[in-house]
Design a protein around this ligand. Structure first.
Ligand SMILES: [Zn+2]
Length: 254
């Protein structure tokens, strides 16, 4: 019988049972197993783990557990100093953040996907995609998979993923902005909220000459159009509402 002790950083307590949150978790098993297998069996998806210390030394997911091992598990976003070591001594398990983070939202996160697009972030969403499709696209296109399904995020092929804690989209967008350091990279009116296509502004001269596209309110001074689906956005309705919502998000982040 192999006995080990596991402790999770408090940011990961969210995933644990009430009992496991109280302190060190004792685990016993007959046949050795990988540390990743043990961590996920306790409810924490590997995509939420960035560093593992085994008896004080940095270890990879495939480390095979041994008698009396003491394991501590940490989420992304912590500096090497918080582990009491140098960055070079640390094995980071989550891939480095991308310069232009691109997302893929699961079927339950439609509003979050629309909010990310509103802020200009490339975010795929299609309610027809099942778990298999989502995992495949996340890997093929190297996108961050956003989900509230731990089983989906535990799929071994998925390396970039984030478990969205809140069920409220207004809080979900704040979580995503903080986790992926997006606050200084908002680029509103770049992406279509409906389809993720890029939008472009229509020439001011054309509007001044009375060339207002059908369906767009007369008098609109700024008009944008999605290159992919053709949807129009104009000030006075969409644009003002979007600006207000973006301001609210900025306030919440501060
Ligand atoms: Zn569109």
């Amino acid at each position: 019988m192999i006995h080990v002790t596991v402790a999770f950083h408090e940011d990961l307590h969210f995933f644990l049972s009430d009992e496991s949150r109280r302190g060190d978790i004792e685990a016993s098993f007959h046949v050795t197993r990988s540390v990743k297998d043990l961590i996920e069996s306790l409810g924490v998806p590997h995509v939420e783990v960035d560093c593992i210390l085994v008896n004080g030394a940095s270890a990879g997911f495939d480390y095979l557990l041994d008698e009396n091992d003491r394991i501590t598990v940490f989420p992304p976003g912590l500096s090497a100093r918080s582990f009491g070591c140098k960055e070079s001594e640390l094995l980071r398990l989550s891939p480095p953040d991308q310069e232009n983070t691109r997302f893929l939202a699961d079927v339950h996160l439609k509003t979050l996907a629309r909010l990310l697009r509103m802020l200009g972030f490339d975010t795929l969403y299609d309610r027809r995609w099942d778990d298999h499709d989502l995992a495949r696209i996340a890997v093929q296109e190297d996108r961050v998979l956003l989900s509230r399904d731990t089983r989906l995020l535990m799929r071994s092929t998925v390396s970039r993923g984030f478990y969205v804690r809140s069920t409220n989209p207004d809080e979900q967008i704040v979580e995503a902005v903080i986790r992926y350091h997006l606050a200084d990279r908002f680029d509103p009116f770049k992406r279509c909220i409906n389809c993720n296509g890029e939008i472009t502004q229509i020439d001011k001269e054309r509007i001044a000459a009375g060339e207002v596209p059908p369906g767009v309110k007369a008098g609109a001074s700024s008009i944008f159009r999605c290159r992919a689906c053709g949807k129009y956005y104009w000030n006075g309705s969409h644009v003002e509402r979007m600006r207000e919502r973006i301001e609210t998000i900025r306030r919440q982040i501060r």
